[in-house]
Write a protein that binds this ligand. Structure first.
Ligand code: AMP
Length: 284
């Protein structure tokens, strides 16, 4: 299997992308931080189905990590990633150095508003500022027509959608379903950090979300009862420490009292030092 070409320089990506547009080809972009799994590959497949050319990026973006977070130990496997992306049919892989994305003198950031103020935005100050900034750069460098993001990071998807609309990026932002392990755990590059005991207990997240969906299907409309249910199920695992369990409006991501519109159940939980997130949409 031929390995997809790798580009490290933004200028080279721009040249390639403009050439593709001159040839009449649409460009789909899949931003990632690497250490790829089936969730990432599902985004590439969707992009392949909808775009003439697909660019995946691999960049562990320092500006979206807090000072006490896992930037230094974030898992990496460039060889494995290139094999997976090539097998999935990407046309180009963009793997910039930190200095290429943030050269000396870099001084401009995108600051998302309300949409980034709840959930992970509340627990991880500055996180979505880093995300929005790097995604804007990547989409511009790749001259993206479409961009693909997983619903696993539901708030990230909402922040990027808002940015694309507010700043007139002219990019279609496409959300893709969460890909899960056979037992229900949402795939994540960070799952590799889990000890066997933590890994076994982490299944409580998807189980708690499924229990919430069942309660809603049975008629429960009180958000607080649903939060309590999730907390009880998750705290039964002795390695789990809840960051948040929330039920929010699916559009604004603000907490709600009553399920009278489309909602989202969302959780962030530490297993040991590893923070995992998951969510489930609640349609009534
Ligand atoms: P990351 O490498 O974690 O920054 O993720 C890159 C992209 O893959 C983001 O759009 C994520 O939402 C998406 N992604 C990560 N895990 C999953 C998953 N289990 N299912 C679907 N998409 C995912």
């Amino acid at each position: 299997m031929p390995i997809a070409p790798v580009i490290k320089e933004p200028e080279a990506l721009i040249t390639w992308a403009e050439e593709q547009h001159r040839g009449g080809h649409t460009i789909g972009v899949v931003p990632t931080m690497g250490y790829l799994h089936e969730g990432h590959v599902s985004l590439v497949r969707r992009a392949k189905a909808e775009c003439a050319r697909v660019v995946a990026s691999i960049f562990v973006n320092p500006t979206q990590f807090g000072p006490k977070e896992d930037l230094a130990r974030y898992p990496r496997d460039l060889g494995g990633d290139l094999a997976k992306l090539s097998a999935a049919g990407v046309d180009l892989v963009f793997v910039p150095e930190k200095e290429a994305m943030y050269p000396a003198g870099f001084d401009t950031y995108v600051v998302p508003g309300e949409i980034a103020s709840t959930l992970c935005g509340a627990s991880r100050p500055g996180h979505f500022r880093g995300v929005a900034t790097v995604v804007l750069m990547l989409l511009r460098m790749a001259r993206a027509d479409r961009a693909y993001f997983g619903e696993k990071d539901f708030q990230q998807l909402a922040v990027i959608r808002r940015m694309a609309k507010d700043l007139w990026l002219g990019v279609d932002v496409i959300g893709c379903p969460i890909v899960r392990e056979p037992d229900g755990l949402a795939m994540s590059s960070r799952n590799v950090y889990l000890s066997p005991r933590e890994r076994a207990q982490a299944v409580c997240l998807s189980q708690a979300l499924a229990a919430v969906a069942n309660r809603v299907a049975a008629g429960e409309r009180h958000a607080e009862a649903l939060r309590a249910l999730m907390r009880t199920m998750i705290e039964a695992a002795d390695t789990a420490r809840v960051d948040y369990v929330e039920v929010v409006d699916a559009l604004t991501l603000r907490p709600i009292t009553t399920l009278d519109r489309d909602a989202l159940a969302a959780v962030a939980v530490f297993f040991g030092k590893t923070r995992l997130i998951d969510n489930r949409q609640l349609h009534i």
